[in-house]
Design a protein around this ligand. Structure first.
Ligand code: UDX
Length: 435
């Protein structure tokens, strides 16, 4: 099959590369010439384990191409994917669909023969209808079908999520389009991945519902963690105790500093707006948005309380800045709120992150970015673990203790055990664990 992928952001680049690796001929298209230039020279604009090698392999085997000019690729394509950004629109929280609609218009003028137009970007319910109307209006003779095929990949695990998904969702009323989609995903049938064929609107809503549900799960356990601290319980044991119930499931029950990233914050907000406009408010999702935003700020208070209520003139060493490990993505990262609030309270910040310090520089001021975890800890009054990178799980604790002014650790990801840290001579606090 021939695929054109519009947009070489996270989803576009990973999906395009993986489709090429399935054996299809894929052209990734982006208007940003410097990005395309970089990709053609083997430079990947995002940090994603395994992606660089997979791109290089498929480029070398001539199944993966990067172009600024969409003409040939779209004309020849069996399927054109729209994987452009849908950022939160300033002011009203809705998803900004201008890139999606611009792509639809461009595609309309270029398709030749039956073409499946697929939205991979997370888009509000009804966007597929609008894309269809735009294509029809722009090119009344076009032979096409519009499919919703949301992507569920996680940053840092994107390739395995794409190649071994829990399910694939295909939303369309066109049987012919279903045939094309089945052919595209054929390698997954061999793994018996369930493919759910449904209507377009249902598919569009499913993506938002999935992300919102996961955000609910995280926020629920975060609130239970707060309660654990008040009543003398341990949230990790509560998580395990409830997670082993198959109806609940053990994943996404890790208490922490609140969720961040490019998807959960944006998609919960967009879903809330969709629901409000449809006259069917989602009160649970609305609360989750509010509770999570407050939680990120509250994590700075936790540090301040731990330091006896005053951090002015104190040095705080932050380990981890990205919203989660194995990515350099800083969007909506809890570290941003934590740094801001600690600085406002008079603290000096030293920080280290294995991948995101360059990005972090765009989100925070007056932070001393350090060469490694021990450099960050040097002469600090307290260490705060914000992101659970593997390398922070195996710190040389004697060295940490000798470098710190006072042996204080705030572990916002629960990667160390309270008893163990106490035995090693640390004054230690974590999230939702009183023992
Ligand atoms: C998410 C969805 O998982 C993915 O299916 C969707 O396509 C895009 O959004 P991503 O944003 O890459 O993926 O990261 P994810 O691993 O889901 O983590 C999101 C946030 O939740 C992170 O800030 C993470 O630290 C936090 N989280 C996750 C928790 O605090 N506790 C958990 O138990 C799980």
């Amino acid at each position: 099959m021939r695929v054109a992928m519009i947009g070489t952001g996270y989803v576009g680049l990973v999906s395009g590369t993986c489709f090429a690796d399935f054996g299809h001929v894929v052209t990734c298209i982006d208007k940003d010439a410097s990005k395309i230039d970089a990709l053609n020279n083997g430079r990947i604009p995002i940090y994603e384990p395994g992606l660089q090698d997979l791109v290089a392999k498929n480029v070398a085997e001539e199944r993966l191409f990067f172009r600024t000019d969409p003409k040939d690729a779209i004309r020849e394509a069996d399927a054109v994917f729209i994987a452009v950004g849908t950022p939160t629109r300033r002011g009203d929280g809705h998803a900004d669909l201008s890139y999606v609609y611009a792509a639809a218009e461009e595609i309309a003028g270029l398709i030749d023969g039956f073409t499946v137009i697929v939205t991979k970007s997370t888009v509000p319910v009804g966007t597929g209808d609008e894309v269809e109307a735009i294509v029809r209006r722009t090119n009344p003779d076009a032979d096409f079908a519009v499919v919703s095929n949301p992507e569920f990949l996680r940053e840092g695990a994107a390739i395995s999520d794409f190649k071994r998904p829990d399910r694939v969702i295909v939303g369309t009323e066109s049987q012919r389009a279903v045939g094309v989609m089945q052919e595209l995903y054929r390698p997954l049938f061999l793994n018996e991945t369930p493919i759910i064929v449904t209507r377009r609107r249902t598919s569009e809503l499913t993506k938002y519902a999935a992300n919102a549900f996961l955000a609910v799960k995280i926020t629920f356990i975060n609130e239970i963690a707060d309660l654990c601290e008040k009543v003398g319980a341990n949230v990790q044991e509560v998580s395990r105790g409830i997670g082993l119930d198959n109806r609940i499931g053990s994943k996404f029950l890790h208490a922490g500093p609140g969720y961040g990233g490019s998807c959960f914050p944006k998609d919960t907000l967009a879903l809330s707006r969709i629901a409000a406009e449809a006259g069917s408010n989602l009160k649970i999702v609305d609360s989750v948005i509010e509770v999570n935003a407050a939680r990120k700020k509250k994590m700075a208070d936790k540090v301040i309380d731990f330091m006896g209520g005053d951090v002015s003139g104190k040095t705080v060493a932050l380990l981890g800045l990205a919203f989660k490990p194995n990515t350099d993505d800083m969007r909506e990262a809890p570290s941003i709120d934590i740094v801001e609030k600690l600085q406002a309270a008079g603290a000096r910040i030293r920080a280290y992150d294995p991948a995101s310090m360059e990005e972090a520089g765009k989100y925070m001021k007056d932070v001393l970015f350090c060469d490694g975890p021990y450099h960050a800890i040097e002469n600090a009054d307290v260490v705060v673990i914000v992101t659970e990178w593997d390398q922070f799980r195996a710190l040389d604790l004697d060295r940490v203790k000798s470098l710190l002014k006072t042996p204080k650790v705030v572990d916002l990801r629960n990667i160390y055990k309270p008893d163990y840290m106490k035995d090693r001579g640390f004054d230690y606090t974590s999230v939702g664990r009183t023992y």
